[in-house]
Design a protein. Structure first.
Length: 263
């Protein structure tokens, strides 16, 4: 394939780059990540979650993970702030009986204080002080986060000199923030692992969807650098980058207190 055909194929992927919920099925099999993290988020949630707990999933996306837990709907709540996902959650979660509320500000979550036994947040925004307010005494916050150095090697390849979108998102600083808010840290881990792209079109789609990491990315702007990626794939089978993840499980000190949170 010559460069003009590469450009046409990649611009087609660029045009298709949109997402509903948190669905990456369009590039399934064309990239790999998180295949060797030292923890399993789902299994950790299962370790802490019991049926009699009041659960909140912050920044739930389209509610995909939350629904997979099968937690009793009358003890389940969720928030989301991105407008397309807000619409999706209202269509999918609300009819199930989940208490869904729109929220784009992690420092002003629209639920009463001491409402939840457990709060989940996977790859979303949070405020330790607000989480402390929301949790019952003895409640637990469990999160897996994308760290500040996520895919920085790939960003530098196509958009050199781009600032980090989320500085301070690392285990050391976040652990200190939670301790300052009054939490006991039950577990904290950090990992740097590979991400692989097996065709450039998959990378183009990914970079356009993850626009906060690749601001201003386009096929035309980055074409020569994408061609270099294409040559690397032809020679080595994949383009490799590095993901940054950290895990934090924090407990609000005190005994668990019963009581409904839906008032």
């Amino acid at each position: 394939m010559d460069r003009s055909k590469w450009r046409a194929a990649w611009k087609e992927e660029e045009a298709r780059a949109h997402i509903q919920g948190w669905d990456f099925s369009h590039i399934q099999g064309r990239f790999e990540e998180e295949r060797d993290l030292p923890w399993n988020y789902r299994e950790l949630v299962r370790e802490y979650l019991r049926e009699d707990m009041d659960l909140l999933d912050c920044d739930t996306g389209g509610g995909e993970f939350l629904r997979s837990l099968g937690h009793p709907a009358d003890r389940t709540a969720a928030t989301e702030g991105w407008p397309p996902n807000v619409k999706l959650c209202r269509e999918v979660l609300t009819p199930l009986g989940v208490d869904f509320r729109e929220c784009a500000d992690p420092s002003a979550v629209p639920f009463p204080g001491e409402a939840f036994d457990i709060i989940l947040n996977r790859h979303g925004a949070f405020d330790p002080a607000e989480l402390f307010r929301l949790l019952k005494p003895g409640g637990v916050f469990l999160t897996e986060q994308v760290g500040e150095d996520n895919e920085r090697d790939l960003v530098e390849r196509v958009l050199p000199g781009t600032p980090k979108p989320f500085p301070h998102k690392n285990l050391r600083e976040q652990r200190a923030a939670f301790e300052a808010a009054g939490f006991q840290i039950l577990r904290g881990e950090e990992a740097f692992r590979p991400i692989f792209f097996y065709d450039v079109g998959a990378f183009v789609w990914f970079a356009r969807v993850i626009e906060w990491e690749f601001p201003g990315f386009s096929v035309d702007r980055c074409f020569d650098r994408l061609c270099a990626m294409q040559e690397e794939i032809e020679a080595e089978g994949a383009v490799r980058g590095t993901i940054h993840r950290y895990l934090l499980i924090a407990k609000k000190e005190g005994r668990r207190r019963p009581g409904p949170w839906t008032s």
